[in-house]
Design a protein around this ligand. Sequence first.
Ligand SMILES: [Zn+2]
Length: 165
Amino acid sequence: MTIVMRVIIDSGILMNVTSWAALEDDVYTSPLVFGELKSSLSQQLFALADEYNRIQIVKPLAKYVAKVRAAASDIGQDRLSDADCEILGLALQMKEEDEVLLLSDDFGLRNVSIKLEIKSKGVKTTKQIRKREYKYICNACQTSYDYLVDECEVCGHTHFKRKIK
Ligand SMILES: [Zn+2]
């Protein structure tokens, strides 16, 4: 019996057809990621992606996307787009059934994938990614928060610096 690996790709990888077309594993992406491709690629390249018929587009259940948002906020990775959260949610959902590998060159995405114990790999960079946790420091009174707040709980200031813990 062969072990099926599900390869999940983000928009950066999806736009670079040569990086996924040759993969032998099942390739997946999510509707929001695919939507980004549609609006930014030339029709010709889009037709090519379609012709390969290699990519399955799956929308993850909302509960997995919610887990992703919680994990991202846990480690202070607050700059994930909806498409980023959706693709991570898909990886998290599929990880329950199969071996999963997330292909992405996006540091923020991969940082959250480490927190969620999703295996990930870059295409452009082969460098190992270390998990980073951020803290937020009030510009006025220097109070430090482990998560992003709208307003300092001590002095009410609304500007914060992000620092690596
Ligand atoms: Zn403050």
